[in-house]
Design a protein around this ligand. Sequence first.
Ligand SMILES: NC(=O)c1ccc[n+]([C@@H]2O[C@H](COP(=O)([O-])OP(=O)(O)OC[C@H]3O[C@@H](n4cnc5c(N)ncnc54)[C@H](O)[C@@H]3O)[C@@H](O)[C@H]2O)c1
Ligand SMILES: CC(C)[C@H](C(=O)O)[C@@H](O)C(=O)O
Ligand SMILES: [Mg+2]
Length: 369
Amino acid sequence: MQKKIAVLPGDGIGKEIVAGTVQVMQTIAEQFNHQFEFEYGCIGGEAIDVDGNPLPEETVSLCKNSDAILLGAVGGPKWDNNPPALRPEAGLLAIRKKMGLFANLRPVQAIPSLADASTLKKEVIDGVDLMIVRELTGGIYFGTPRERRIENGKELVVDTLSYTNEEIERIIRKAFDLAMIRRKKVTSVDKANVLESSRVWREIANNVAKDYPEVELEHMLVDNAAMQLIRNPKQFDVIVTENMFGDILSDEASMLTGSLGMLASASLSADGPGLYEPVHGSAPDIAGQNKANPLATILSAAMMLKYSFNLIEEGNTIEEAVNQVLEQGYRTADIADGAKYVLTTTEMVEQVIRQIKEIAQNKSMSANA
Ligand SMILES: NC(=O)c1ccc[n+]([C@@H]2O[C@H](COP(=O)([O-])OP(=O)(O)OC[C@H]3O[C@@H](n4cnc5c(N)ncnc54)[C@H](O)[C@@H]3O)[C@@H](O)[C@H]2O)c1
Ligand SMILES: CC(C)[C@H](C(=O)O)[C@@H](O)C(=O)O
Ligand SMILES: [Mg+2]
């Protein structure tokens, strides 16, 4: 199979984790006879420095002309005091919006060999397997007006949370479709005791549920959901929620796996290329030190193979390799508790590549036997 992948490393650890992930994808291409062409683009702080724009037009056309997009992370203290349009994060929000990437899938699976790395009890996290479906191109992130103004002699700041019915319905349908191929339960998370947008969200979820009689729908207020995720995460299958609630709940849920450095994501549109990125950010505190955990990005690449290219065996091979490397005791610093070996970013990538080759060779030997 021949595929063109737009690669947007971004800032901070983005560059380190994406470099390793591209090597992993090249290994998959060699082992399974595919051709992946990687073309690099600028986004975020680096793009501001080079182009004066966090999302240059060239990057948008590169993404539109690719089969999928791999992104690292954007942001950093260097740009923190920039005006809103010249912040790295504006580039990330703009690429999501321009590519219509409304459905952000953030799977959270407990990894038994990482139980020691979590601050939570083993019996609470053991067997966790949930999917956060986060609405990604609407809500308070994109509402207008967003402004500062003077009213009655006082400064007033405004952020606006708005959704159309269509935007709500399509993300809820996505969650139900996913539930149909999982454990058939959807938890719709909102703040319907306060927000009008949440009350409409609930009504739409109830209507969509009528088309999926096999799927159980429950509604949960977001503050309760934040608590339930830690108290009893195994009650969840698919969680669907609006943009900002999904952002916050997914960082929280990452601790069920042991580290934010383990959480992958896929951002999907109705028909264009998908974007794959780790849930974490550019981690300025460890950037440039070859310390970052590359596994969230490597697992995002596995999602790309499965969701965008339908390369299920290849995606599974990456996931198996990651699990086996962790079972063998290899750890980066963020998950190092009790580890046999604490690896750098590049060493972890090497271990995953070694394991992918071993898995692929064992498969071809058993196919030839
Ligand atoms: N998708 C994105 O590009 C994205 C996501 C979140 C934050 N950000 C941006 O990143 C910058 C830093 O934000 P932050 O510090 O709040 O969040 P962050 O996710 O970058 O880091 C939070 C903490 O987790 C650690 N961490 C994150 N990823 C890690 C990894 N792969 N391996 C090991 N440790 C890891 C960091 O060292 C830090 O202590 C900000 O500018 C923010 O806007 C970008
Ligand atoms: C960097 C920021 C704009 C982004 C978001 O809030 O969506 C990040 O936190 C994420 O989770 O991808
Ligand atoms: Mg976030």
